[in-house]
Design a protein around this ligand. Structure first.
Ligand SMILES: Nc1nc2c(ncn2[C@@H]2O[C@H](COP(=O)(O)OP(=O)(O)OP(=O)(O)O)[C@@H](O)[C@H]2O)c(=O)[nH]1
Ligand SMILES: [Mg+2]
Ligand SMILES: [Zn+2]
Length: 289
């Protein structure tokens, strides 16, 4: 039977089958030996049994994140708080570029709407990002905008990414039906380990899709890439029509990007972030696989 892994905890995992039924499973022989053989998000072959089934094998992955450990993500939900504390748009761009380099869809959630809704300019300031990526504004206090998130996710598997304290966990709690918040974490109770001492990643059902919370990482390495792949991670100048096909938009003759900047089609801020990313040495740690 085919199933998707929702959470791995020690030597057991919660999986959900195509009919939506959840099962606790153990791992077959060699899968048990190496940590990280089975990840949340994996598709697996399961032999169902009561009370504990058996994961026979892991099906091929289409991608694999190292931090958080998650397989087969479709999208990255960049969670950004404009206030208290104000988020960094440079870090936001790093996350969006990471999504582009990995072939993930990307969308933006602006959090703490109750704190900035009445302030002029906050929503407007994000216009360059809103033009490129689907964006919703939410408050987990008033719950405004939270109902837009399931539609944003569709039927895909998304991982949240954003600095510590932006409101990722609060948002997920608002998205889960009352009483369901602990449904996945129930495995921890079963194995006798405290939920707060574990550092696992879990897929939670949101609408027709899936959403994974993740701890905020301040330092975020980009996936391996070359300079043209980095150039193409900025959708705003795809097909810009520069003289040379390998133009990196770094002052080459016949580059079309200065004109796009001059006309405000490309944001100065995003372009500056792009230039800084092009100057960065290659990543030292593999955060994304
Ligand atoms: N006013 C307001 N506060 C919020 C909102 N969402 C979250 N907060 C507060 O922001 C703080 C951090 O929220 P968390 O959900 O824990 O943030 P996180 O992104 O999960 O942080 P890490 O797990 O450390 O990465 C908490 O004190 C929340 O109460 C919101 O919509 N409005
Ligand atoms: Mg959190
Ligand atoms: Zn160019």
């Amino acid at each position: 039977m085919r199933a998707r892994v929702l959470e791995v905890l020690g030597e057991q995992a919660w999986v959900v089958d195509d009919g939506g039924q959840r099962h606790v499973c153990q791992f077959r022989g060699r899968l048990r030996r190496a940590v990280g053989q089975v990840l949340a998000g994996d598709w697996v072959d399961v032999r169902p049994a009561e009370p504990v089934g058996m994961i026979e094998q892991v099906l091929p992955r289409h991608n694999h994140l190292v931090r958080p450990p998650l397989a087969n993500a479709d999208g990255l939900l960049a969670v950004f708080s404009p206030v208290e504390p104000p988020g960094s748009v440079a870090l936001l761009d790093r996350r969006l570029v990471t999504a582009e380099l990995m072939g993930l869809r990307a969308a933006i959630v602006m959090t703490k709407r109750d704190l900035w809704e009445a302030r002029p300019g906050v929503w407007e300031r994000m216009a360059p990002w809103r033009a490129l990526y689907p964006t919703v504004a939410v408050s987990t206090v008033s719950t405004e905008g939270v109902d837009l998130v399931p539609g944003l996710l569709g039927t895909a598997v998304w991982v949240m990414a954003g600095e510590s304290g932006v409101g990722k966990t609060s948002l997920l709690a608002r998205l889960l039906p009352a009483g369901r918040a602990g449904a996945v974490g129930a495995l921890s109770e079963r194995t006798g380990r405290g939920r707060h001492t574990t550092r696992t990643v879990a897929l939670s059902p949101v609408g027709k899709g899936w959403l994974a919370d993740a701890p905020g990482f301040t330092q975020l390495d980009l996936p391996p890439h070359d300079s043209l792949e980095l150039r193409d991670a900025f959708p705003e100048w795809r097909g810009a029509g520069c003289r040379y096909a390998d133009c990196r938009h770094l002052e080459e003759p016949g580059c079309a990007v200065p004109d796009l900047l001059g006309r405000g089609v490309v944001s100065q801020e995003r372009y500056q972030h792009y230039r800084l990313l092009q100057q960065e040495p290659p990543p030292r740690h593999r955060a994304w696989g």
